[in-house]
Design a protein around this ligand. Structure first.
Ligand code: MRU
Length: 340
C-alpha cells in the first residue's frame, strides 16, 4: 500500500500508525496496529474516533493484513469483526461493505489495497467539498458554536463541521468559535480546542450547559455539527448533546447545520428511530479520565445511563451540508437524500 498521511492516521513504510486521541492534547503517542483485536481496542476506547476515521482505520488494517498474506477467510472474518466494533457511525459499515466487494474479486489483495487507498483519498476530497460549501454559509464576524470533534483528527482530510469552520476562517479571518466541552468524554474540550489552537482560530471553551444562555444573549450566529449517521428522512445521530443544541437553536432562531459526507448517509434507514445508539460504560459518567489521570466523583453504586449519541429530528435542521451540496428541509422532505 502506498504511504497515506492524515492528522491522526498514517500508513508509512508498510506499517499502520494510529495517533492516540485519548491522550491528546497533552501527549502525542502513535500506536502501531497489526491485528483486529488491537484495532477493536483502539476503536472501543476512542483512541481512534470520529465517524469517517473509524471506517478508514479499519479499512487500512484490512488492506495491511491482506498484504501480510492473511488468508481470504480470515480477511472475511476480520471485515465482519471490525464492522461490529461500534454500532452508530455508518461510515464503518460503508467502508467494510466496499472492502467486502473488493475481497470478492479474483485478485483480492490488489483490490483491497486499491479500495483502501481510494477510500482514504476520497475522504480527503469529500472533506474539501463540504468545507467549501459550508464556508459559503458563514459571514465575516460570525460566532459559531460546535459540539464534539469533527476536524482533521476525525477524518483523513480537514474535517466535516470543523472543516467548514477552518475554511471560513481562512476566507474571512474574523470568526470566533464557541466550543462545547462535550461531556462525558470531552472531545470538544480536549480535541476541538487543540485543533482550533493549532489552526490559530479564536475560540472559547464552554460547558455544554452554557449554550442556552449564550443563544439567549444573541452571542451565537450559527451552529455547525457533524453526524455519525443520517437517515433517509434527514434525522441524524451525532454525539450526545447535539439534539439539545438543535432544540435550543430552534427556540432562539439560530441557524443549525449538520455537515457530513455521503459515507454518513444511510438511505436504508428510514428515520432516526431506527439508528442504533451505542451505550457506553458507567465509569465515563461517574467521573473523568485521560492523560491527566482518573477521578470518580459519583458514589460507587450510582446508576448511570450513558448513550454516546442522540438523534436530532430533521425538522430542527436549517441545512444539511453534504459534499454534493447544501440541502434545506423542503428538499430533504421531498426525498433529496434518497436520490444521492
Ligand atoms: O464518539 P466519537 O468521538 O467517535 O463521536 C464523534 C462524533 O459524534 C462526531 O461528531 C461525528 O463522528 C462526526 S466526525 C467527522
Amino acid at each position: 500500500m502506498q504511504n497515506l498521511l492524515a492528522r491522526s492516521l498514517k500508513y508509512q513504510g508498510g506499517q499502520l500508525f494510529v495517533l492516540d486521541q485519548y491522550l491528546l492534547p497533552h501527549q502525542q503517542h502513535w500506536h502501531v496496529c497489526n491485528s483486529v483485536p488491537e484495532m477493536q481496542e483502539l476503536i472501543l476506547t476512542l483512541k481512534v474516533r470520529g465517524a469517517p476515521l473509524i471506517g478508514l482505520a479499519a479499512t487500512l488494517l484490512v488492506a495491511h493484513l491482506a498484504e501480510q498474506g492473511v488468508s481470504h477467510s480470515q480477511l472475511a472474518e476480520a471485515i465482519n469483526d471490525l464492522e461490529a466494533t461500534r454500532p452508530t457511525a455508518v461510515n464503518l459499515m460503508h467502508c467494510m461493505k466496499r472492502m467486502r466487494q473488493a475481497l470478492a474479486q479474483d485478485n483480492f489483495v490488489d483490490a483491497l489495497v486499491a479500495t483502501a487507498e481510494q477510500l482514504f483519498n476520497e475522504d480527503i476530497a469529500l472533506c474539501e467539498s463540504m468545507a467549501s460549501l459550508g464556508a459559503a454559509l458563514v459571514k465575516p464576524g460570525d460566532n459559531i458554536l460546535t459540539h464534539c470533534n469533527t476536524g482533521a483528527l476525525a477524518t483523513a482530510g480537514v474535517g466535516t463541521a470543523l472543516g467548514v469552520i477552518h475554511y471560513a476562517h481562512q476566507k474571512y479571518g474574523d470568526i470566533h468559535v464557541w466550543v462545547d466541552e462535550t461531556r462525558p468524554l470531552l472531545q470538544g474540550g480536549r480535541l476541538t480546542a487543540f485543533e482550533l489552537e493549532s489552526w490559530k482560530i479564536p475560540y472559547t471553551l464552554i460547558c455544554d450547559n452554557m449554550a442556552a444562555s449564550l443563544m439567549a444573549a444573541g452571542k451565537v450566529d450559527k451552529i455547525f455539527v457533524g453526524a455519525d449517521r443520517i437517515a433517509a428522512n434527514g434525522d441524524f445521530a451525532n454525539k450526545v448533546g447535539t439534539y439539545n443544541l438543535a432544540v435550543l437553536a430552534h427556540f432562539h432562531n439560530v441557524e443549525f447545520y449538520v455537515v457530513a459526507p455521503i459515507t454518513t448517509l444511510d438511505i436504508d434507514c428510514e428515520s432516526g428511530q431506527h439508528i442504533p445508539i451505542e451505550e457506553r460504560a458507567e465509569a465515563e459518567v461517574k467521573g473523568v479520565s485521560g492523560s491527566f489521570g482518573e477521578c470518580q466523583w459519583a458514589p460507587n453504586n450510582a446508576k448511570v445511563f450513558n448513550p454516546a449519541f442522540d438523534v436530532t429530528p430533521a425538522q430542527l435542521v436549517t441545512g444539511w451540508v453534504l459534499d454534493t451540496g447544501v440541502y434545506n428541509l423542503q428538499q430533504v422532505k421531498g426525498g433529496a437524500l434518497k436520490q444521492l
